[in-house]
Write a protein that binds this ligand. Structure first.
Ligand code: GYE
Length: 375
């Protein structure tokens, strides 16, 4: 609605400007014609229909979108940013104001305030942490700028944003727990004592909170599983590597490392390689990961990562579809939308997982599958 009004205002301003210009031209022509015709049989001006025609030719104004991204900490994030740039291109009718917050929550809030000041048409936020959003989203709400949240969730009253598109992070953690439980029993280790370390994502990010919560449900169910430590690797490769190096010094008998994203997992694998620890399908330490990016799935195919639980980074097209609907004056029928996701392993006969009343068959990673993947 707001943008339609804008277009009408733009048309009105242009029409008024054209009108003035034509009046000026017309005045001059009339005077010329009076000279020429001596005030007799002055021809009629046909200017107004030309104005209407000019208005018809006016291009649709670009939709101005302010997008604040978490940062560039992982392959997953790079894929999400690439998707944002492709979707909100000028070619597609958008003017994109993009801010990379480099993992600083305050930069994100400030970016949103600037978008409001800039009077963008829509604000898209991929929040670093869940907290600290209410005040600035209220400001956007009162400025009548619809806000769309992608990926991680926020703690804020639902009326302050139009929609959220992302992943069920708790469920992702549960898939990982269920897979480990099934895998250990398939190896005859169902009752053995299992020592687990986790490398968590950015503290306070809903992806970290959800995956931790989902996996914790399986820690509770399996008395023989012991959680030795859970430190933050900040979703980065260097973070994963540093944390794993510390774990290897402190805990000699690690059975499982759960990494909350692929970059951390790659860092953990590098640390184990350097320390001469055997890991992966033919080794001692079981490695689990989340995201299922190309690099992560390559490591699954190589037998370094046992199983990888997908997190879909392609939410920007959903945001664009939401904007299209809002532009058309439609209402979005839901507030929260989950993206489609799979679970991957290199097993030839993949297992079927069951969590709650949802079942999911693990997808076997092959070279062909990797070649077809978008990210
Ligand atoms: O798992 C990680 C990224 O929020 C789901 O953030 C996202 C996470 C993803 O940096 O790789």
């Amino acid at each position: 609605m707001k943008r339609l009004q804008k277009k009408y205002i733009q048309a009105a301003v242009l029409s008024a400007a054209c009108g003035l210009l034509l009046c000026a031209c017309a005045a001059k022509t009339v005077l010329d014609d009076i000279d020429r015709y001596g005030g007799e049989n002055v021809p009629q001006q046909e200017g107004l229909s030309a104005v209407q025609q000019a208005l018809e030719l006016l291009p649709e104004p670009l939709i101005r979108v302010g997008f604040v991204q978490v940062g560039h900490e992982s392959d997953w994030r790079i894929a999400a940013t690439k998707s944002c740039m492709e979707v909100f291109s000028e070619e597609n009718g958008y003017e994109l104001l993009f801010v990379d917050a480099d993992n600083d929550p305050q930069v994100q809030v400030q970016a949103v305030r600037n978008f409001i000041k800039e009077q963008v048409d829509y604000i898209v936020i991929d929040p670093i942490v869940t907290t600290g959003w209410t005040a600035v989203l209220k400001e956007a709400y009162h400025a009548h700028i619809p806000v769309i949240i992608l990926d991680r969730t926020i703690d804020c009253m639902e009326k302050y944003y139009a929609a959220w598109f992302g992943s069920d992070f708790v469920r992702e953690g549960e898939w990982a727990g269920q897979w480990l439980q099934n895998y250990l029993s398939s190896q005859g280790r169902g009752a053995q004592s299992i020592r687990i370390v986790t490398i968590n994502g950015t503290q306070g990010a809903s992806a970290q909170l959800g995956r931790t919560e989902g996996f914790a449900r399986y820690l509770e169910r399996n008395d023989n599983w012991e959680l030795l430590a859970q430190e933050c690797g900040d979703f980065t490769e260097s973070g994963g590597r540093e944390v794993m190096e510390r774990y290897l010094e402190q805990y000699p008998d690690i059975d499982v490392v759960v990494c909350q994203n692929d970059n951390e997992a790659l860092g953990a694998c590098a640390a184990m390689e350097e320390a001469g620890i055997s890991y992966g399908i033919d080794g001692d330490v079981i490695v689990l990961s989340f995201d299922a990016t190309r690099a992560g799935l390559e490591a699954v195919l190589e037998g370094k990562i046992h199983a990888d639980f997908e997190c879909n980074p392609l939410s920007p097209p959903y945001a664009a579809e939401a904007i299209r609907r809002l532009e058309a004056g439609e209402t979005l029928e839901q507030k929260h939308y989950y993206l489609p996701e799979d679970c991957f392993s290199a097993e030839e006969s993949p297992m079927t997982l069951m969590v709650g009343f949802e079942s999911k068959r693990m997808v076997t990673v092959t070279r062909e599958l990797l070649e077809q993947r978008v990210y």
